[in-house]
Design a protein around this ligand. Structure first.
Ligand code: THU
Length: 297
C-alpha cells in the first residue's frame, strides 16, 4: 500500500511503521493484489474540526475522517470489484487511488488512554477503520457493522496488534504473509528472481524488504539487507526472526546477508517460504552461519 503521508507535526517512526503494516494487512485481508494508494493526514483537533465542518456540516472534532475516491456499489467492497481497481489505475501514482484519510492525533492520545493501549495501536486501528471505509465497508446497518468489525479485528491481529499488547507477537504465518507481500515490490528486472523479507524486531516492529537490483549487478541489495538496513536506521537493533519469501525455490540468505545479519542477531530465527506458501522451512543464523566472524577488539 502506497501511503502519501501529510503530517502536521513530526511523529515517531515506530508509529508510522505500524500504520504502514496495518495498511498493507488491510489490502491483504481484502485479497487485493493490486497496488493501491491513499493519502493520510495526521493533524490536531482544530484542523479535523474545520474539515468536519466543511465536508459534513458538523462543527466538532472527531477521531478520523475518510474520503473514499472510488464509489463502490452499496453493500459491496473492493474485493468484489477487481476490474474496477484496474480501471481506477493512475499511471502517475502507479496505483489505484482509494481516497484520503484524516486522523486527529489528539483523539489518538485520548482514546489510547481510555482503552489502555498505546497511541501507535490506536493510530493503527483508526487507519484500518478508515481504509475499510475507502474500500466500501460501512457500519450503519447492524449486519454491515459486524462484517466491518470482523475485518478490522482480522487485520489488527495480522499486523501483530492484538487488543492485549502483552499477547505473543505476530504468528509466523503472518510474518510469512508479510514477506510474500514485500516480494511483490521486488525490483528484479535482471535476475527475475523476486525476494521478500519481513524482519521482526524485539520491540514488535516489523520491517519489510525486497531485493533491489541494479544495472551494475554488483550494487544489487538483497531483501534481507534491505529490511535490516531499514530497521537499524529506524533505531531497532534487536531482532527475533526473519521471514523470507521466494517464488519457486527456497531462498535461504546468501553469504553476505548471513554475515550482515549476524552483526545484530547471531541467533536470529530464519524462516523461508516458497511456492505460494506450500513450503516452509526454518533454521537459525547460528546454524546456517557457524563459526561466525567477530572482530576481537
Ligand atoms: N537475493 C536476495 O534478495 N537475498 C539473498 O539472500 C540471495 C539473493 C536476490 C539478489 C538478486 O536480486 C536475486 O536474488 C538473484 O540473485
Amino acid at each position: 500500500m502506497i501511503i502519501e503521508w501529510n503530517l502536521d507535526f513530526p511523529l515517531e517512526s515506530s508509529v508510522l511503521s505500524l500504520m504502514q503494516i496495518a495498511a498493507d494487512q488491510t489490502l491483504h485481508a481484502e485479497g487485493i493484489r493490486f497496488p493501491c494508494c491513499a493519502t493520510v493526514r495526521i493533524c490536531k483537533d482544530d484542523a479535523i474540526r474545520a474539515l468536519n465542518n466543511t465536508y459534513r456540516g458538523l462543527d466538532r472534532a472527531t477521531d478520523v475522517l475518510s474520503f473514499p475516491s472510488v464509489p463502490w456499489k452499496a453493500g459491496t467492497t473492493a474485493r468484489h470489484h477487481p476490474e474496477r481497481l484496474r480501471r481506477e489505475y493512475d499511471e502517475v501514482l502507479g496505483a489505484c487511488f482509494l481516497g484520503d484519510v484524516v486522523i486527529s492525533w489528539d483523539h489518538v492520545l485520548s482514546q489510547a488512554k481510555e482503552y489502555g493501549h498505546s497511541p501507535r495501536r490506536e493510530a493503527a486501528y483508526l487507519l484500518v477503520h478508515s481504509l475499510c471505509h475507502l474500500m466500501g465497508y460501512d457500519h450503519i446497518r447492524e449486519e454491515e457493522k459486524q462484517i466491518m468489525r470482523n475485518m478490522e479485528e482480522e487485520v489488527l491481529r495480522k499486523a501483530g496488534v492484538s487488543r492485549d499488547e502483552s499477547a505473543p507477537a505476530i504468528p509466523d504465518e503472518e510474518l510469512l504473509n508479510l514477506a510474500r507481500e514485500a516480494m511483490t515490490r521486488s525490483y528484479s528486472p535482471y535476475s527475475h528472481y523476486p525476494v521478500g523479507a519481513a524482519l521482526l524486531a524485539k520491540d514488535g516492529r516489523i520491517f519489510l524488504g525486497c531485493n533491489i537490483e541494479n544495472a551494475s549487478f554488483g550494487a544489487t541489495i538483497c531483501a534481507e539487507r534491505t529490511a535490516m538496513v531499514k530497521a537499524v536506521s529506524e533505531g531497532a537493533r534487536e531482532f527475533e526472526a526473519i521471514a523470507i519469501a521466494t517464488k519457486d525455490t527456497p531462498g535461504w540468505p546468501c553469504g553476505i546477508c548471513r554475515q550482515f545479519m549476524s552483526e545484530f542477531a547471531p541467533d536470529l530465527r530464519v524462516i523461508v517460504t516458497w511456492g505460494d506458501g506450500a513450503h516452509t522451512e526454518e533454521s537459525t543464523l547460528g546454524v546456517i552461519l557457524p563459526h561466525q566472524f567477530e572482530l576481537e577488539t
